[in-house]
Design a protein around this ligand. Structure first.
Ligand code: SAM
Length: 246
C-alpha cells in the first residue's frame, strides 16, 4: 500500500517551506492539490516535477474513492492545500478519515499554520485556546455561534476574509462585548506583517475607518467573567423573570 503525506505549504513566505516538505513533494508519485495552478507555482519555485491531481471541497466526494484506490495500489500521495496546513479550514480531513478506515498509513509533516503563528505573537494567553476557523457568513448563524462561544474562558482564534472583517468585528463587539481584548494579526510572514492590539471596540473603529487589505487571524481574549455570559443575561428582563418562574 502507498502512504498519504499531509504537507503544509507557506502562508506567505516561501522561506517557510521545510526541506522535508520539499523532498516529500519531490519523492511522492502524485500531489493532490486544492488548486493545481497555485501549487504549480510552488513546485516550479522548488523545481519539483511531481504530477498533480485536483482535490478540493467541490470534488471531495468523487475524488476520495479514486485516491484511496491509487493508495491501495501502492501509489504514494501528498496532499496540499493552497496555504498552510491541509485540513485546517481547508480540504483534507475526509481524505484522512477514509485512509484511516482503509488502513492506509497517514504521515503528517509539521509546518506553517496561520492560527498558531498568530497565537504565539498575540500576547494573549496561548493555552488553553479554541480554534474556531471561519464563523458563518450568515448573520443569524454567526450570532448564534458567537453566543455559544461567549462564555468560553479560553483564547478564541478566528480566520476571516478581509471583506467581512468589519461585520465580524461588529458581531464580536455586540455579543462578546466591546471591552474584550483582541489582536488582529495581519499578513503573517509577509512584508506588511502587522499586529493590531486593543479592545474589540478599538479594532472595530480601526477596521471601519481603514481600507482593509490582506489576510487576518483574530485572537480574542477568553471571557474573564464567564458567569455573566449566560444567554439569560442578554434576554430582556421580562423573559429572564419568566425563565426563573418556570
Ligand atoms: N490551512 C491554512 C492554515 O493552516 O492556516 C488556513 C487556510 S484558510 C482557507 C485561509 C485563512 O487563513 C485566511 O482567510 C486568513 O484568515 C488565514 N491566513 C492564511 N494566511 C495568513 C497570513 N499570512 N496572515 C494572516 N492570516 C492568514
Amino acid at each position: 500500500k502507498g502512504t498519504l503525506y499531509l504537507v503544509p505549504t507557506p502562508i506567505g513566505n516561501l522561506g517557510d517551506m521545510s526541506s522535508r516538505a520539499i523532498s516529500t513533494l519531490q519523492d511522492v508519485d502524485l500531489i493532490a492539490a486544492e488548486d493545481t495552478r497555485n501549487t504549480q507555482k510552488l513546485l516550479n519555485h522548488f523545481e519539483i516535477t511531481t504530477k498533480q491531481i485536483s482535490f478540493h471541497e467541490y470534488n471531495t466526494n468523487e475524488r476520495i474513492p479514486q485516491l484511496i484506490k491509487k493508495l491501495q495500489m501502492g501509489v504514494d500521495i501528498a496532499q496540499v492545500s493552497d496555504a498552510g496546513m491541509p485540513s485546517i479550514s481547508d480540504p483534507g480531513s475526509e481524505l484522512v478519515e477514509a485512509c484511516v478506515n482503509a488502513q492506509i498509513r497517514v504521515v503528517p509533516i509539521p509546518g506553517p499554520n496561520a492560527a498558531l503563528t498568530a497565537l504565539i505573537a498575540s500576547s494573549l494567553c496561548p493555552q488553553p485556546f479554541l480554534f474556531y476557523g471561519f464563523l458563518s457568513r450568515k448573520n443569524t448563524e454567526r450570532r448564534q455561534e458567537l453566543e455559544e462561544l461567549s462564555a468560553q474562558r479560553v483564547s478564541l482564534i478566528f480566520y476571516e476574509a478581509p471583506h467581512r472583517l468589519v461585520k465580524t468585528l461588529k458581531s464580536l463587539s455586540e455579543i462578546l462585548g466591546a471591552k474584550r481584548r483582541i489582536v488582529l494579526c495581519r499578513e503573517l510572514t509577509k512584508r506588511y506583517e502587522e499586529f493590531l492590539r486593543g479592545t474589540i471596540a478599538e479594532a472595530y473603529e480601526w477596521a471601519n475607518s481603514s481600507e482593509i487589505k490582506g489576510e487576518f487571524v483574530l485572537i480574542v481574549e477568553g471571557n474573564p467573567e464567564p458567569q455573566q455570559a449566560q444567554s439569560q443575561a442578554i434576554l430582556p428582563l421580562e423573559e429572564q423573570v419568566e425563565l426563573l418562574l418556570k
